[in-house]
Each structure stands twice: as C-alpha cells, then as structure tokens.
Design a protein around this ligand. Sequence first.
Ligand SMILES: Nc1ncnc2c1ncn2[C@@H]1O[C@H](COP(=O)(O)OP(=O)(O)OP(=O)(O)O)[C@@H](O)[C@H]1O
Length: 250
Amino acid sequence: MSAVDPIVIVDNISKTFHAGGRSHRALDGISTTINRGEVLVVIGPSGSGKSTFLRTLNALETIDSGSIIIDGVSLTAKKTNVDQLRTEVGMVFQHFNLFQHKSVLDNIILPQKVVRRRSEAEATKVAQDLLEKVGIPQLADRYPSQLSGGQQQRVAIARSLAMNPKIMLFDEATSALDPETVEGVLELMGQLAAEGMTMAVVTHEMQFARKVGDRILFMDNGKVVEERKPNDFFDNPQSDRAKLFLEQIL
Ligand SMILES: Nc1ncnc2c1ncn2[C@@H]1O[C@H](COP(=O)(O)OP(=O)(O)OP(=O)(O)O)[C@@H](O)[C@H]1O
C-alpha cells in the first residue's frame, strides 16, 4: 500500500434523488481516494448516504456532478464502457443475490463464463479453489436455499472474487446474518484485506472498522464529516456529529 498509488479517486461528487415530488441530496460534494491495498470503512447514521456512495463506485448509481476514476478510467466519461468497468469492481450486498436455481458451484462458474469468457473447465477450477478459500468446499453441490445466510454470503464473496476484481465493495454484508455467522464472514473479509485486496466497506460493525480499516470515512447528511485513521476516529472524534453517533452505538 502506498499513499501515492490511488486506485479510486472520487472528486466532489453529488447526487440528488427525486421521489414523490420531493428532492433529497443524498451525496453532497464527496471527495476521497482509496489507495491500492487499502480498506476504507464508511460509517455514519442511517440515511447519511453510505450505500449511495458505495453504489456510485460501480455505477449502480449515477452521479449528477463530480468525477470518479477507477484505476485510471473515468466512470463518468462518455467513452467509458461502464459494463466492463463494473466487472472489475466486485460488490457484495446485504442480501446475497445468488441464482436460486443454480448450485453453489454453478453460481460461481456462470458469471465467469458469461463475463470473462472462461471455459467450463477453467471456470470450474477457479470456483473450486475459491470455495476452498472461503471455507465451504463441501457445499459445492447445494442450492442457495439449503445454505445458512453466512454460507450464502461466502458464496457471494467467492462469486465476486472469481471476476478478479480490482476492488471489492461490501454494502452491509453482515447486516442480514444471524449473530453466530457474522463473525465468520467478518473474518473472511479481514483475511481478504490482509491479502492486499482493496476494499470499501459500509458496515455497522465498529470492531471490524477499527481492526481492519485503514481509514474511516464518517458521513452525515451526504457529506464527509471526518476522514481519519480508525484509532484516531474512535478514540478522539472531532465533530459533534461523530461524537453523538459513537455515543449512541458504542
Ligand atoms: N432510489 C432512491 N430514491 C429516493 N431516495 C433515495 C433512494 N436511495 C436512497 N435514497 C435516500 O437517500 C438517502 C441516503 O440513502 P442511503 O441508503 O445511501 O443511506 P445509508 O447511509 O446507506 O443508510 P442506512 O444505514 O440506513 O442503510 C436517504 O435519505 C434515502 O432515503
């Protein structure tokens, strides 16, 4: 990891939602960078814009103004192939979004064949190796409905990793899990971070944020209120908003 090797550069992005005749500025001039191998943890109160911010990084949300550059490619430039770029930015959601009628192995094989044009044999080998990596090789032939939430999330992570993403986004990846499976998935995320995966993580798991995060981005009302090293942020929050937030949740 190096301070001079940014893989994600977010410059002054804004986004307003219009719904039911009302407008809401969900992102209000966000700027940040994520360096290669770094883990950025995004925290903040409900509705502060965390998910919206994360979703802009793989163009699931468009932005109204500002720019986002991923590994030298502008997400917003007209000539950019957004579909291509999106395959390089893995995303893991709260709900696992697996193909229900495919086996675990096929869930990981299919996108490789479609998106990466890998052969059946190659895609199968990658999928088997990844199931090993995420700790569930014995579940290859099961269907998603036969798995616990934690196991399904491991499949979703393996499926993302199979694309060889340059960066992984985790949007409340453990929020829908039973308490007993949360820890295992957080450990897996920590393992990926330790192996050098660049990650942006929206989470309510503050111990994870402190332990695994390289930097905390604290958002409120669509703005970055604090952006600091985890220990500095948690031990000595600067803003009244962050102090209040931490008092309420810790
Ligand atoms: N598709 C949408 N249409 C209209 N408003 C939206 C849409 N998506 C998000 N918003 C609004 O934008 C704001 C930010 O939402 P966002 O989901 O990014 O917040 P969040 O910080 O991730 O919240 P939470 O922690 O509750 O998930 C909220 O006020 C939300 O209601």
